[in-house]
Design a protein around this ligand. Structure first.
Ligand code: MLT
Ligand code: MN
Ligand code: ZN
Length: 308
């Protein structure tokens, strides 16, 4: 199984188009230690030929062009794509907008939770990716299912599970939890059918609650929500009034953070993805970067490849 990080940044990417925070300004200026990043997506393949995208980011066209294994093959005929499936983990813009890049009648399958499939069904712009070519398939929760392309078995088993989170920003309503329901945000456990090797992908998560801790305990590989280093960093930098928890994201640091919560769970390789441009760990060698790496975590980057 090959896993590629197509985009390691959170919504907005790094640098973000309208942002002059220290990180964004430094990345835009090309300063060393600040590596630009596209928005949140992974690609996975059991055979190196046929791929599933885990989330479809608004930067997908760039990501396909920067990862040659995802481009049309010369030997594939006039129209071809190695991308056989897209799996979405929530309805956030950074995870669904890239579907629109996949118009042109290519057959592939689209997986998501019931809520996310309802969201794309309710937005007529997504009809440009016609359901006749790109069937929508609801992911059951807590039940491993074979991951299929439109006409092909990808040799991967996928299990979706609900994680604590929040409904997409543009769907928020009044009320204490903004209209969030179980399954608005899911995590994925993906296994190669042949070898049984597996990994977890959880790019959005508000809390490591006991069921989630039990699920990921002993995992050999985890890609996890690295949005913020501290819960209040966007407020402190004057970028937003919102804390991480208000946005549905647990922070890396602190007694309530993901590093502390996951430390006792005997998880092997731990890689942060969906990293917001405000996060000081994006600067190589910063105190935050050092705290993360000393704790045994890796900061994901675009083009990162893991083979299992
Ligand atoms: C998030 O991860 O919280 C969202 O992608 C934020 C957004 O929609 O910009
Ligand atoms: Mn996001
Ligand atoms: Zn910024």
């Amino acid at each position: 199984m090959i896993i590629k990080v197509l985009g390691s940044a959170a919504g907005g990417g790094f640098p973000q188009w309208n942002c002059n925070c220290r990180n964004c300004a430094s990345a835009r200026a090309g300063l060393s230690g600040f590596r630009a990043r596209t928005q949140s997506s992974l690609a996975v393949s059991a055979d190196g030929e046929n791929w599933a995208l885990l989330n479809a980011s608004p930067d997908l066209r760039q990501q396909i062009n920067e990862n040659l294994e995802l481009g049309a093959k010369c030997s594939g005929g006039l129209r071809h794509s190695p991308i056989k499936s897209v799996v979405m983990t929530n309805g956030d813009v950074d995870h669904i907008a890239g579907l629109i890049n996949l118009r042109e009648g290519q057959p592939f399958s689209i997986y998501g939770s019931r809520q996310v499939l309802e969201t794309i069904a309710a937005n007529s712009v997504f009809n440009v990716v016609a359901p006749a070519n790109a069937p929508r398939i609801e992911l059951p929760l807590d039940k491993p299912v074979p991951l299929r392309g439109a006409n092909i078995d990808l040799g991967l088993t996928i299990e979706a599970f609900a994680v604590p989170g929040k409904i997409a920003l543009y769907l928020e309503t009044e009320g204490a939890n903004y209209g969030s329901r179980t399954g608005d945000t899911i995590g994925l456990r993906i296994a190669a059918a042949k070898t049984g090797k597996e990994f977890f992908y959880i790019p959005g998560c508000a809390e490591i609650d006991p069921p989630l801790a039990a699920r990921i305990k002993g995992a050999s590989l985890l890609f996890f929500d690295g949005t913020l280093f501290t819960d209040t960093e966007m407020v402190a930098q004057g970028l937003s009034q919102k804390t991480g928890l208000r946005m549905g994201h647990i922070s890396m640091s602190g007694p309530e953070g993901s590093m502390a919560a996951i430390a006792p769970l005997n998880v092997g390789r731990r890689i942060y993805v969906h990293i917001n441009n405000s996060n000081p760990a994006l600067e190589d060698g910063s105190d935050a970067y050092n705290a993360v790496t000393v704790a045994g975590w890796e900061i994901g980057y675009d083009g990162m490849e893991v083979r299992l």
